[in-house]
Design a protein around this ligand. Structure first.
Ligand code: BTN
Length: 257
């Protein structure tokens, strides 16, 4: 592990379900730290000082949230692993629903929401061809809007939704086990099964998609994803547009005024 990215000493080391888990009081980003670690290793920090979100945004990582990165192997053909960000979203959603939040849902590609509020986000980094880092940020009892008031009304946390939110060790074991299950599903070539699960989990379907590289905007109905992971959006003319993830800069849900 790079000592540059560790601002306090390693606090604990546990083994969960075949995973080796390293816990820290404070790091820059658990994803950046995990870049140097072997598969089936996970890193958790109490606080991240430079937490990273998707599309280069910062991720507020205050105390009492779960900031967890897990390294998984991505051997062989690259095709199944392009679905890993979607599979990780489904893994996290399954855990959150099982905690007693059956209405939790996904917003493409892998945001977890309850109602319109974001509960968790996922960032998958491919630092090397043979492994990926799956970073999960789950608001547990933290309140990111206290750090960034622009998030007021946009975010939620388990403690605001459940009478008894689970403890961190139990959450981590459940998330890592679910991720192992989804990794096996991709490895065994069952992209169709993943797709079916995901396509029942997108909550709101009216969307505005901003295409990458300034190539326009599509307003339409989210039909789901196909087994290659491409987003399917039915535009106003009724045509289904097939959009691989790299063609999508941003998907915004559109609600009636
Ligand atoms: C997003 O919704 O934009 C993705 C957020 C991902 C945040 C997690 S917290 C653990 C891991 N370390 C990071 O720096 N980012 C991810």
């Amino acid at each position: 592990m790079s000592p540059d990215s560790i601002t306090t000493q390693e606090a604990d080391l546990r083994v969960a379900d075949g995973w080796t888990l390293h816990e820290f009081a404070e790091v820059t980003s658990t994803n950046s730290l995990a870049a140097h670690l072997p598969p089936w290793t996970a890193v958790r920090a109490v606080v991240q000082t430079a937490g990273r979100g998707r599309t280069g945004r910062p991720w507020i990582s205050d105390e009492d949230g779960l900031w967890l990165s897990a390294v998984v192997p991505t051997p062989g053909d690259t095709a199944p692993w392009s679905l890993l960000p979607l599979a990780a979203g489904w893994a996290a959603l399954s855990v959150v629903r099982g905690l007693g939040l059956p209405d939790a849902r996904l917003r493409w590609p892998n945001d977890l929401l309850v109602g319109r509020r974001k509960l968790a986000g996922i960032l998958v980094d491919r630092f090397l061809p043979e492994a990926a880092v799956v970073g999960i940020g789950l608001n547990v009892a933290n309140h990111p809007a206290e750090t960034d008031p622009a998030l007021t009304g946009e975010v939620t946390c388990l403690a605001d939704l459940l009478p008894h939110p689970p403890l961190f060790p139990s959450l981590m074991v459940q998330l890592l086990a679910a991720l192992t299950g989804e990794h096996h599903r991709l490895e065994s070539g069952n992209a169709g099964g993943l797709c079916r699960d995901l396509n029942g989990a997108w909550g709101h379907r009216q969307v505005q998609v901003t295409l990458a590289g300034g190539s326009g905007v599509i307003n339409g109905h989210l039909d789901g994803v196909d087994p290659s992971g491409a987003l399917l959006v039915r535009d106003a003319a009724g045509e289904v547009r097939v959009l691989p993830a790299h063609r999508v800069e941003l998907l915004r849900e559109v609600f009636p005024a």
